[in-house]
Design a protein around this ligand. Sequence first.
Ligand SMILES: [Zn+2]
Length: 369
Amino acid sequence: MAFSFQVLGQDKNTSARRGVVSTSHGVIQTPVFMSVGTFGSVRALDHVDLESIGVQIILGNTYHLYLRPGALTLQQRGGYHNLIHWNAPILTDSGGFQIFSLPHQRVISEQGVEFKSYLDQAGRFFSPESNIAFQETIGSDIMMVLDVCVPSTSARDIAARAMERTHRWAKRCKSAQKNHENALFGIVQGAIFEDLRKESAAALTELDFPGYAIGGLAVGETDDEREHFTQYTAALLPANKPRYLMGVGTPHDLVRSIRAGIDMFDCIIPTNHARQGVAYTFSGKVKLRRAALAIAEESIDSSCGCFVCRRYSRGYLHQLIKCDEPTGWRLVSYHNTWFYERLMERCRDEIMAGTFDSFSAWFLSHAED
Ligand SMILES: [Zn+2]
């Protein structure tokens, strides 16, 4: 099935909307949180866990998969879905963000970006064309263009040059796409300059991508700036295409951004913070390392339906996390990923019921982020 997006409902008081994305590996109900599976698994969880939680789509990371296992293995195994035994949708980023985070190990030119492998220090190269060819080898349902990422706090001329090259590369990525069963999303850049964001949204809309991401946020700006530029940029994007806010965020970030009209998110927070013993609930965070929880008999959240909350106490999880036991990391990751899924489900239901405005106001005002 070719890629499509349909808006099923629009909130009257906010820009929130409820939609469905169709891909050749199944449908995705939006707003959706996408779990990050950098190397082929969501950290600390396996696919049976993800299926029992109701995870609809996972992320793969082009930069890491290019280095290991590499194109040959992926070709021989018939793509990434086959290699990792995951038959649901997969989105891959282009690796741009990772490569540009290596300041002394990459050289950017108009042709593309040269970088060093962190595995063996060998030189590698991505052009927009070779990057799309590799994402097609992965076989991802949603591919991202190779963009030029700069910190959101960059000076205007640096942000403008990166944005202009991002537009030229977006055009090249689009021309390089051979498999049109899968979708290729454009990425709006422009740091924290309204005129640049406007120019970027217009240039990419002109190229007519099936979906649009907002890039270059969650990399150095304040929370208020992120909220403002999410709202500002989302409003510039076509209403009939999915909008993806990359690398965001906390439960509050997600709900605030859904209010702004964002449909898709990804972030490492649920599993990363789990390792530090931070559990998320509808009433806020529970810090499991706190000494006071050593003898706590109650679960993370008595209203949560996940198996961790049905069986284990905060005191037991405190013990596992304090002792750095992998099982502790897994159990808290399971609960957090469950919570993120239920939060998105709740948002979808509230949008359809016409009550999202009051639900989101309640959630943002009472739950500690
Ligand atoms: Zn739970």
